[in-house]
Write a protein that binds this ligand. Structure first.
Ligand SMILES: Nc1ncnc2c1ncn2[C@@H]1O[C@H](COP(=O)(O)OP(=O)(O)OP(=O)(O)O)[C@@H](O)[C@H]1O
Length: 236
């Protein structure tokens, strides 16, 4: 696979990709969704996050992707304080991660190719430099014949695979995915798992929130469980 995670040039050990200490967060109607989350994702680690519906998995992912910020505790990404960093610093954190949202967040007016290529285009890269990588990634997720299709003409599973291609095509250091196999069949679920495993072997830190406990167990990833506002399992 030609898409590879970017790596720092220095030889010092990479800092933990994610460190959460005593994190608390909630909503007006549901305070205390997260009460005291302690979580470390070392660089290059692979974790699955499971837990009952409504436990707060998507909420935790919103904190990691900086869509929300903790109201208590600390959040470090890539060895730097992200929990209380100024808003102007957030895009630099976000550029280092690929995110698969549960609702995909594709742009309906763009083709599949242009949706997948969007993060590269926004980074200022020239089409010639990324076009082959984007096509390879779309081929990997089974969309090689749908490069010109727009999201409204894609099935739920195809949209999900397109969202995954877009998240991984930049070679991010961290991939955060919310139910990334929820809309695909078992065969494609295995194929997507292989994609995540391959990216992890290349050094990408990966956190997948999923209801699919059997996929999580087959993944070889460290299993984390979110319940009653706390995460158990893993290195924290
Ligand atoms: N934007 C919001 N405003 C208010 N409450 C919210 C919001 N988003 C989530 N919640 C509430 O926070 C709690 C945790 O929701 P969240 O979606 O994070 O759980 P989850 O573990 O991802 O659930 P599922 O497995 O069903 O996707 C739930 O009680 C939910 O109703």
């Amino acid at each position: 696979m030609s898409v590879q995670p970017r790596r720092a040039a220095e030889t010092a050990p990479a800092p933990d990709t994610v460190r959460l200490g005593g994190v608390g967060f909630g909503y007006a109607e549901t305070p205390d969704v997260l009460r005291d989350v302690n979580l470390i994702l070392p660089a290059g680690s692979f974790h699955f996050l499971t837990g009952p519906s409504g436990a707060g998995k998507s909420t935790l992912l919103k904190l990691l992707t900086l869509a929300e910020r903790p109201v208590a505790g600390s959040l470090e990404l890539f060895g730097e304080d992200a929990g209380s960093a100024p808003r102007s610093a957030l895009p630099a954190f976000r550029r280092r991660m690929g995110v698969v949202f549960q609702d995909f967040r594709l742009l309906d007016h763009l083709t599949a190719f242009d949706n997948a290529a969007l993060p590269l285009r926004l980074s200022g890269a020239k089409l010639d430099s990324y076009s082959a990588d984007v096509e390879e990634m779309l081929d990997w997720v089974g969309l090689g014949s749908k490069l010109d299709a727009r999201p409204p003409a894609l099935s739920g599973g195809e949209k999900q695979r397109l969202a995954i291609a877009r998240a991984v095509v930049t070679g991010p250091e961290l991939i955060v995915a919310d139910e990334p196999t929820g809309s695909v069949d078992a065969v494609m679920g295995e194929r997507l798992l292989k994609l995540f495993q391959t990216l992890n072997k290349l050094g990408t830190t990966i956190l997948i929130a999923s209801h699919d406990e059997s996929l999580a167990e087959r993944s070889g990833a460290t299993l984390l469980r979110l319940e009653n506002g706390r995460v158990t399992g893993g290195a924290a």
